[in-house]
Design a protein around this ligand. Structure first.
Ligand code: FPP
Ligand code: MG
Length: 329
């Protein structure tokens, strides 16, 4: 990726952060908690996907349309709202190495702040929506995210959970938002385009955005789940939390399938014993990594399908996003 492209993306993302900061006035009385979230905002991968798919759809260089920046900020707000609530549900003390909202301000503040951010996300999307279908897609994806969380909840402490059930849960709670981010970029960019096909995004690009986002999201969550067992890798979050909370992720589910005695070990509610088991059976983590890698390969193949059809610079930047994520595996 050229320095020029890198700088253009950085400038887009600075505009997204400024937009997010302007939202501070809409989350009173939890402005300081909101500011803390933004001060520690991480890589903003979902907002980056909105921006890059918007560029792939039409604005490869030059200043990106304001509604794309606003849409990217709104998608990041949806993500923030889910995280603030998720940390309450998971009783997580830290995220990105900082205390979580419910830890510093209490559960009530965390629930209200999540609600306020979620409401503003909806309001913003309603303001910039190019069509009712756009809003329908936003709303149904939020339902899907909640549905994925509920699937996970219903499988808590269940040693009979199948791999398909797990994949369905992470497809909802995580991949759906990645998919929505990519689609939002394409749809908002089409709105800004001129000519007879304005508001009509290229169907191939829509399909690719959907598949790419889905694969990247699946890979992302599997990697997050593996990292929970990787004590040497600082994720800014507590370790061995999933198994302590009765959430059985891919390496654990593979162990349950392979070894009839593993259920007995799991029922001891001893996260360190599970960690020791996984270290003694490295193929379980390796097979989980392979599944994440396969999704990253599939996402890369989606970009390959687009070669020559849309803006090459944006495709190169999306490829770069994949390359960086792959390096963490
Ligand atoms: C993180 O999973 C959580 C999610 C990806 C989704 C959370 C969704 C909800 C709580 C329900 C919907 C909420 C709203 C506001 C619509 P994780 O716990 O595996 O990841 P982590 O390790 O980063 O906590
Ligand atoms: Mg969590």
């Amino acid at each position: 990726m050229s320095v020029q492209q890198e700088m253009a993306l950085q400038s887009d993302m600075r505009r997204v952060v400024e937009t997010l900061h302007r939202e501070e006035t809409n989350v009173t009385p939890y402005r300081s908690e909101y500011r803390q979230l933004l001060d520690n905002h991480g890589k903003m991968i979902r907002a980056t996907l909105v921006v890059l798919f918007a560029r792939a759809a039409g604005e490869d260089s030059g200043k990106l349309d304001e509604q794309v920046i606003t849409g990217a900020a709104a998608i990041e707000m949806l993500h923030l709202a889910t995280l603030v609530h998720d940390d309450v549900l998971d009783s997580a003390p830290i995220r990105r190495n900082q205390p979580t909202v419910h830890t510093t301000a209490g559960n009530k503040a965390a629930i209200y702040l999540g609600d306020l951010i979620l409401s503003r996300y909806m309001e913003i999307m309603a303001e910039i929506a190019p069509s009712t279908d756009f809003l329908r897609e936003q709303a149904s994806t939020v339902c899907e995210i909640v549905g994925g969380e509920l699937l996970q909840e219903s499988a808590r402490h269940h040693a009979e959970t199948t791999l398909d059930y797990y994949r369905k849960a992470i497809g909802g709670k995580t991949a759906a938002l990645f998919r929505l981010a990519c689609l939002t970029g394409v749809r908002l960019s089409a709105q800004g385009s001129q000519g007879p096909n304005a508001s009509q995004p290229d169907p191939t690009l829509v399909d690719t955005a959907r598949a790419f986002g889905n694969h990247l999201g699946m890979a992302f969550q599997i990697m997050d789940d593996i990292a929970d067992f990787d004590l040497a890798h600082d994720t800014g979050k507590p370790k061995l939390e999933d198994v302590a909370d009765g959430i059985y992720t891919l390496p654990v589910l593979l162990a349950l399938r392979d070894d009839p005695d593993f259920a007995q070990l799991l029922s001891r509610d001893d996260p360190q014993a599970v960690e020791d088991y996984l270290q003694a059976h490295p193929d379980l983590l390796a097979r989980s990594r392979d599944e994440a890698m396969q999704h990253l390969d599939d996402a890369e193949a989606c970009l390959g399908d687009l070669a020559g059809t849309v803006r090459p610079k944006a495709i190169a930047q999306l490829s770069d996003v994949l390359r960086r994520i792959r390096k963490q595996l």
